[in-house]
Design a protein around this ligand. Structure first.
Ligand SMILES: Cc1cc2nc3c(=O)[nH]c(=O)nc-3n(C[C@H](O)[C@H](O)[C@H](O)COP(=O)(O)OP(=O)(O)OC[C@H]3O[C@@H](n4cnc5c(N)ncnc54)[C@H](O)[C@@H]3O)c2cc1C
Length: 632
């Protein structure tokens, strides 16, 4: 991101709640979770507890069936209060799930929540080594020893608090953007909705009846458009583009250019950004299945347009002045591409993913043709049929009953679309040839007048926004979430959320659900007056910094680290300074500083060293230390 003036300094540590004399030994409590057998079926948790009790300064080590349960948490809180614990380790599942849970339990005991270490002995020990209980047990002990080692070097940390601008920017006015905007507005949050085109509704503007409701897409688009246009909390900028983004959660500065109004650029501040920029339909390359070579070869959106513009009363389906008597639908055009079989699109990257909506769309269209024009022969060439949504399989059975003829091809051998030798003869001008796996690979050739290419979805063209916001994309080029299950609409940049097909192929139902989720996430963020961030950000030790700026050069997060002039012992010098709002605590700066003048709070080098020592140390109570197992 570009320069942002506001500097947020790392918070100075507050004193520990339960003070103890500086030279007094620590009092560490260790809690080992059985996870209802997920851990204890493999790891000998009682032995782990007995062993880690012998580690330096561990005063209690207990096993619980579900440490995350209320009684489990209460045990930790009570022990802190009753046994005067000043450090806590919980060895359980992934920190994604319950790190915050246990920080809460620790806080309720009056302890700073960062005097706590979470050890993942489920994914990293019991699940990873389920065929090696002994190895898994030793690994669990060593992982806890590492945490105990680290806890000897931690100090209390405070969350970073930043002012929160209660206003969201939604980029993209398709159904995802409109849904997210109206949900946020309904929760009393101001929204700026920016749409680059002249109309709201995105791709659904060009769609007629949509599966599985069979309602006109226009109804949905108009309903959502009415909501966003009439809500006093929503400001809409049409034909507008975001040209620059800087800042951080709660405080993003965005520049927007509105083409139509001739307004050069306006700048504004928002607290969160929802990316709802949607998808691009796949456009076949010239000559791909004779597309753009033969007029009878069309894409699915083009065919939908043809059906929509053909009056209900029409008795014949015509295209380019020709009556259509036989139609072929081809699945997976531009989706599920295989190396060596398909020509990569101009961006050089094969679309290996499934576009998820094409199969049902094809079946729905095939049915419509059969119902409206019963004399038209419909032939469906599929690789696999994936009608995965509720009620969507009905389209397949209905199409079969309605006389659609199905052929199946092997992915390695896509059908060939060719001009028939007897072009313009009665059989039609085109033929589709395949080795049909439903009839044991028989080569079949079907003459048709029209070939509809079941084109899928491509990522939107938003490279500039991706660059400005430092967003991650998956191998498929769509925007990528932090975790598909645990944080499905969040990206690694705090305060930026994803809604709809900007993230990957989705149908309407999924798009709206994702948009709703993004809105709820943003609303939760706005519920607090301040934005609270983890304190794991870099901090410069000015007594060691020599102003070499290697850290600034290395930093990928623009504005997170910069050189500033300051007075040191009467001289003006340049020193590195961290903007805690922009720093993500990646540690790239730490690795390049020759003077150890910069470190990440909560993950300092001395803490890592203590962890390594803990892992490598002899296991207490064991005469002969077993071989180290791989710790990933
Ligand atoms: C052929 C086809 C048929 C389909 N039929 C069905 C169906 O029957 N039923 C069903 O459930 N699903 C169907 N789908 C899926 C459906 O189209 C999507 O789920 C839906 O359109 C996704 O909405 P969206 O808002 O995520 O994206 P989009 O509809 O792509 O909207 C994105 C919006 O963002 C705007 N935008 C893009 N970039 C920017 C930018 N940088 N700045 C500002 N604005 C920007 C665009 O102009 C657009 O208005 C079909 C898909 C295809 C391809």
């Amino acid at each position: 991101m570009s320069e942002h003036n506001q500097q947020v300094q790392p918070q100075k540590n507050k004193p520990m709640q339960n003070e103890r004399a500086a030279d007094a030994p620590l009092r560490i409590g260790v809690y080992i979770c059985r996870c209802g057998g997920n851990i204890s079926d493999v790891v000998d948790v009682d032995r782990v507890a007995e062993t880690v009790k012998l580690l330096p300064d561990v005063v209690t080590a207990k096993v619980h069936t579900f440490a995350c349960s209320d009684p489990g948490q209460q045990t930790i809180t009570n022990d802190i209060l009753e046994q005067n614990l000043d450090r806590v380790v919980v060895a359980s599942c992934t920190p994604f799930l319950h790190e915050q849970t246990f920080r809460g339990a620790v806080s309720r005991g009056g302890l700073n929540p960062y005097l706590y270490e979470h050890v993942n002995i489920r994914e990293q020990a019991s699940w990873a080594h389920k065929h090696d209980p002994e190895g898994a047990t030793i690994k669990a002990i060593r992982m806890i020893a590492a945490a105990v080692g680290k806890l000897h070097h931690v100090e209390p940390l405070e969350q970073i608090k930043l002012p929160n601008h209660r206003r969201a920017l939604v980029v993209g006015g398709g159904i995802a953007g409109m849904k997210a905007a109206s949900e946020l507005a309904g929760r009393g949050i101001k929204v700026l909705l920016v749409e680059s085109s002249q109309r709201l509704g995105g791709q659904l503007n060009d769609r007629g009846r949509v599966y599985p409701t069979e309602r006109d897409a226009k109804e949905l688009v108009e309903e959502l458009a009415r909501r966003v246009r009439t809500h006093s909390n929503i400001e809409i900028l049409m034909q507008s583009n975001v040209t620059a983004v800087s800042g951080f959660i709660g405080n993003f500065k965005v520049a927007i250019r509105t083409e139509a109004a001739g307004i050069p650029v306006t700048e504004t501040t928002v607290g969160a950004i929802i990316m709802a920029t949607g998808f691009r339909p796949y456009v076949p390359q010239d000559g791909e299945f004779l597309y753009r070579t033969e007029p009878g070869v069309v894409t699915m959106p083009e065919f939908l347009q043809l059906l929509r513009s053909t009056p209900d009363a029409a008795r014949k389906l015509t295209w380019n002045g020709r009556v259509i008597r036989n139609i072929a639908f081809l699945h997976c055009v531009g989706s599920r591409q295989l190396d060596g079989v398909h020509e990569p699109p101009p961006n050089g990257r094969l679309n290996t993913y499934c576009s998820r909506t094409c199969c049902t769309t094809i079946l729905q269209q095939a049915l419509e043709v059969r119902h409206r024009f019963p004399s038209v022969g419909v032939f469906d060439f599929y690789r696999d049929i994936r009608t995965y949504g509720r009620g969507e399989e009905n389209y397949y059975s209905a199409a079969s009953r309605a006389g659609v003829t199905f052929f199946r091809y092997n992915g390695e051998e896509p059908p060939r679309v060719e001009l028939t030798p007897r072009a313009r003869a009665k059989e039609g001008v085109l033929s589709v040839t395949l080795n049909d796996t439903l009839t044991w690979g028989t080569e079949l050739s079907v003459p048709v007048d029209m070939v509809v290419l079941g084109t899928g979805m491509m990522p939107g063209e938003i490279a500039d926004l991706i660059e400005q916001m430092k967003l991650a994309t998956g191998e498929d080029g769509f925007l990528q979430e932090v975790h598909p299950k645990l944080r499905p609409v969040e990206v690694s940049v705090n305060g930026i959320l994803l809604a709809g097909t900007a993230q990957g192929p989705m149908n309407i139902q999924e798009t709206l659900a994702a948009a709703g989720a993004a809105a709820v996430k943003a609303a939760a963020m706005f519920a607090r007056e301040d934005v609270e961030l983890n304190p794991y950000v870099a901090e410069v030790d000015l007594s060691r910094c020599c102003g070499e700026a290697l850290c600034v050069t290395q930093c990928d997060y623009e504005g997170a680290l910069q050189m500033v002039s300051m007075e040191v012992e009467g001289a003006t010098v340049e020193r590195a300074q961290v903007n805690a709002g922009l720093c993500v605590g990646c540690g790239a700066c730490v690795a390049v500083c020759p003077n150890r003048a910069i470190d990440v709070n909560g993950w300092r080098l001395d803490q890592f060293e203590a962890m390594v020592d803990g892992i490598a140390a002899a296991i207490p109570g064991q005469e002969c230390t077993p071989e180290l197992v791989n710790i990933h």
